[in-house]
Design a protein around this ligand. Structure first.
Ligand SMILES: Cc1cc2nc3c(=O)[nH]c(=O)nc-3n(C[C@H](O)[C@H](O)[C@H](O)COP(=O)(O)O)c2cc1C
Length: 132
């Protein structure tokens, strides 16, 4: 899903990195003007290492005012992307609504939907007012 979102962003000529959160460096977050975070739903929540990443690494990167998006695969209840979006909102990010949730493994049509989210992120970035 992350790669398809990144493809959508790239298709609008905007630089993007799709990374495992384990490999994210503080400068990746500092440099980013938009951040999309994904987690599948396990036991009605996001994956605990992702929650730790958001609470500690993302929160300390000063994400206020940046564009945010939550996404994830799920099996029946799909709370994780909604929880990611809530946390982003609490940090003052401009979160894209609705979150992107895909049931189980993405189909070709789902991949297109992921790409569409990437295009939405890219369009929002292009129409943002420059920082003063
Ligand atoms: C132990 C376990 C717990 C799960 N709990 C939930 C859940 O509470 N809600 C839900 O929507 N899906 C749940 N799922 C389904 C997963 O979210 C789903 O299979 C998802 O596609 C996994 O994506 P991933 O392989 O990218 O982690 C659970 C799956 C497992 C194996």
């Amino acid at each position: 899903m992350a790669e398809a979102i990144a493809n959508g962003i790239e298709s609008r000529n905007i630089d993007v990195k799709a990374l495992s959160f384990y490999d994210v460096k503080p400068e990746d977050l500092n440099d980013a003007e938009a951040i999309a975070i994904g987690s599948s739903t396990f036991y009605y929540k996001m994956l605990p290492p992702m929650e730790k990443f958001i609470n500690e690494t993302l929160a300390s990167s000063d994400p206020k005012g940046k564009i945010g998006a939550g996404f994830g695969s799920y099996g029946w209840s799909g709370e994780a992307p909604v929880m990611i979006a809530e946390k982003m909102r609490e940090m003052g990010m401009n979160v894209i609504d609705p979150v992107l949730r895909i049931l189980h493994k993405p189909t070709d049509k789902d991949v297109e939907e992921c790409k569409r989210l990437g295009i939405d992120i890219a369009e929002k970035l292009k129409h943002r007012k420059p920082k003063v």
